[in-house]
Design a protein around this ligand. Structure first.
Ligand code: DP6
Length: 331
């Protein structure tokens, strides 16, 4: 029946980039200036139910049980407009989303959120889209969401058009059991969102150098992951994070995400690796929290050392995760 609500629930994981996405060459389509590489985070996920309903006059959104009426709702509505256009639908939707990780920890939820939303919205209409198309559509909601559709270790091909900019798996999650130990340095909400930050990337004189050297880092990163070569992996992860933050710091206006404790952890991580022989390296997104990427055997030692740096640090940890998936198709 045409007025039956059609609903589906999907789950997607957050991801952490080892070769970062920073700056777009097309902002409407979110076509990035360079390709990026990430791993999905098994223990940090968003679960989203979408119910398309003929009787609904506008889209509604709840996040962790609370009604959203701000920029989050606007962003979801914009994405639903993209999906309505693709699905040739005029229905509005009720969207209910929950994160299993604490909100306001500065851990990005847009990647898992837009991947889960895209998958649930299409499944609710009974559509069976390819992984590639889901990744392309998720990208329109948030660039990094393209990488939360496929499983494990993922490359997002920058591409040169809407159809060619998508992410795919290049190694499954079982390939290398890395752990992300996340030191929550600050719970404060980001002053500058990633979306706003991408727009200023081109004002840094360093951005052209970052872009022109990205392909080489991508190649070295894939090779390090395929060979499980932690030493090469660590060198490229840290170089890429430092380069992105160098661009951020030299943009107009400058984006200064590091806090003193972030910097202390970065220096300590290098010491633990180069002097104490732990397999650990650091990377930071658009915020002060430090992702310590470790070999599984060294994760406990890294957590213990982080606690000696600050007794007040909140610490999250995650292994490598699968791709987005449907929990309950009811459509
Ligand atoms: C620093 O995907 O959050 O985490 O496309 O505007 O939603 P929007 O940006 P977003 O940017 C992520 C930037 C980053 C690096 C990365 O994940 O590659």
């Amino acid at each position: 029946m045409a007025d039956d609500p059609r609903s589906a629930t999907a789950r997607a994981h957050s991801n952490i980039a080892f070769v970062k996405y920073w700056g777009n060459r097309d902002y409407r389509l979110r076509l990035p200036v360079s390709s990026s590489i990430s791993m999905n985070l098994a223990d940090l996920h968003t679960t989203t139910t979408v119910a398309w309903d003929d009787n609904q006059e506008q889209d509604t959104l709840t996040i962790n049980g609370a009604t959203a009426a701000d920029s989050a709702l606007e962003r979801v509505r914009n994405h639903l407009d993209v999906l309505r256009a693709r699905f040739q639908s005029r229905r509005h939707a009720r969207v209910c989303s929950t994160n299993n990780f604490p909100m306001g920890t500065g851990i990005a939820s847009s990647a898992s959120a837009f991947a889960a939303l895209t998958m649930a919205a299409s499944a609710a209409l009974g559509l069976k889209l390819s992984e590639r198309e889901l990744s392309i559509l998720a990208r329109m909601g948030s660039g990094s969401a393209a990488r939360s559709i496929p499983s494990g270790y993922v490359e997002w091909h920058a591409g040169d058009s809407h159809e060619t900019s998508f992410a795919e798996t290049f190694a499954p999650s079982e390939h290398w059991k890395l752990i992300d130990v996340i030191a929550i340095v600050s719970r404060a909400h980001k002053r500058t969102s990633s979306s706003a930050g991408h727009e200023t990337a081109g004002t840094s004189v360093l951005q052209p150098a970052r872009i022109s050297s990205a392909a080489e880092r991508l190649r070295a990163m894939k090779s390090a992951i395929m060979r499980r070569d932690f030493e090469q992996f660590a060198d490229v992860v840290e170089e890429d994070s430092n380069l992105m933050h160098a661009v951020m710091m030299t943009s107009d206006p400058p984006l200064l995400y590091w806090e003193p404790l972030s910097f202390a952890i970065m220096k300590a991580v290098r010491h633990w690796r180069t002097v104490e022989n732990l397999q650990v390296c650091y990377t930071l997104d658009a915020g002060p929290n430090v992702h310590c990427i470790c070999a599984a055997n060294d994760a406990e030692a890294v957590v213990a050392r982080l606690r000696t740096l600050s007794s007040e640090l909140d610490i999250l940890r995650s292994s490598v995760g699968c791709g987005a998936y449907i929990l309950t198709p009811e459509g």
